[in-house]
Design a binder for this molecule. Sequence first.
Ligand SMILES: [Zn+2]
Length: 106
Amino acid sequence: MADELRPLSLKREGDGLKIEWSDGVTTVASWKALRAKCPCATCNEERGKPVDPFRILSPQEVAAGAPAPVAMTPVGYYAYQIKWNDGHDTGIYPLTLLRELGERSA
Ligand SMILES: [Zn+2]
């Protein structure tokens, strides 16, 4: 791929991440959607399990409230690691996923 899609800018906007892409498209991905789609092995496994209707939130989850990032670190050129307010930090989000989860905004 000669012309890799890359972000020109990333910023926090409201309860989401706004990205301006090199192809002129701007997307906004909510933190909630990003957290729900965490690509790490643990979360993938969790999502594969049947939903437990009696699942009770862990004290950590209750304390954290709405998902929000506390840090976002570039990993190489094509991914970002997001550290969340619930302490979870093993998710590395490839740019393609950030783009996919983002909704286009005008
Ligand atoms: Zn995860």
